[in-house]
Design a protein around this ligand. Structure first.
Ligand SMILES: O=c1ccn([C@@H]2O[C@H](COP(=O)(O)O)[C@@H](O)[C@H]2O)c(=O)[nH]1
Length: 276
């Protein structure tokens, strides 16, 4: 039987001893010169990076805007087919941050899982439970819900005070508790919490127990690996998909781009593992 996203992720953490999520955010202007005249450069570059880094990856995370902006959705679908065929133990998270009324959310489910063949998708919870329900209903798939994002403006809305126990607490903590308590009936939910916010990682971990976190913000955004692992790992020293995109993808713009990406992914894996 095909494993669920959660089963595949837990198996991969164990078998490959890595918590690194390799982000796939193609930007042709940053590709090595050899791709200049390649009409299929987006697919070929991402494939090369994925093949070079797979042994260090607990997951791959293609970001859909980086493909859609180039009219390269077809390359995204073919890339995911390739990832499943060449690296069958490594789950694929489509970073799409979807969220809409139920009828449209159903189409987003089809987009992520049928059209593109992803194992999990990122979702924005801002429209509420009914907007996320079509994703939650897919017990075989992962639903990775934004909680406290990595960007500088994360606090603008996510920290707004919400009534709690006679006082207040920030909205992201309310989101974390609500999702952990009420939305995770199938055990298929993870949360996005940015590496750039170590204190918030600690607080969310205390609220949700062992739920996996997707943690972007390492590498180009400057998050601190040691603080992430210390504050957010689970009791068994796992529980994390520590995501890095640009620092791995564009480690070199020369012909050694794949080797350089592999080196960067290995260094990140080792840095994480030293702190677990
Ligand atoms: O809070 C969030 C949620 C998603 N992202 C995405 O992760 C990568 C980060 O790229 P880097 O090059 O490693 O900075 C990118 O695809 C974002 O869309 C995030 O950064 N923060």
């Amino acid at each position: 039987m095909t494993p669920t996203f959660m089963q595949a992720l837990r198996a991969r953490w164990q078998s490959a001893d890595t918590l690194v999520c390799v982000g796939l955010d193609p930007e042709p202007a940053k590709f090595p010169a050899r791709f200049a005249n390649d009409p299929d450069a987006v697919f070929a570059f991402c494939r090369d990076i994925a093949d070079a880094t797979a042994e260090y990856a607990c997951a791959f995370k293609p970001q859909i805007a980086h493909f859609a902006a180039l009219g390269a959705e077809d390359a995204l679908s073919r890339l995911i087919v390739h990832l499943h065929a060449a690296h069958p133990g490594v789950p694929v998270i489509l970073d799409a941050k979807r969220g809409d009324i139920g009828s449209t959310a159903q189409r987003y489910v089809a987009e992520a899982f049928e059209r593109h063949g992803a194992d999990a998708v990122t979702v924005n919870p801002y429209l509420g439970r009914d907007s996320v329900q079509p994703f939650l209903d897919r017990a075989d798939k992962g639903v990775v819900i934004l909680c406290r994002t990595s960007n500088p403006g994360a606090a603008d809305l996510q920290d707004l005070p919400v009534a709690h126990a006679g006082g207040t607490r920030p909205l992201y903590q309310h989101v974390a508790e609500t999702i952990a308590r009420d939305w995770n009936g199938h055990g298929n939910v993870s949360l996005v919490v940015g590496a750039t916010w170590p204190e918030q990682l600690r607080e969310v971990r205390a609220i949700v127990g062992d739920m996996p976190f997707l943690v972007p913000g390492i590498g180009a955004q400057g998050g601190d690996v040691e603080a992430v692992v210390a504050n957010a790992k689970t009791a068994d020293g796992a529980g994390l998909m520590v995501s890095s995109s640009r620092a791995i993808l564009y480690a070199s713009s020369d012909d050694d781009y794949a080797d350089a990406a592999a080196r960067e992914a290995r260094v990140l894996r080792d840095a994480i593992n030293r702190c677990r």
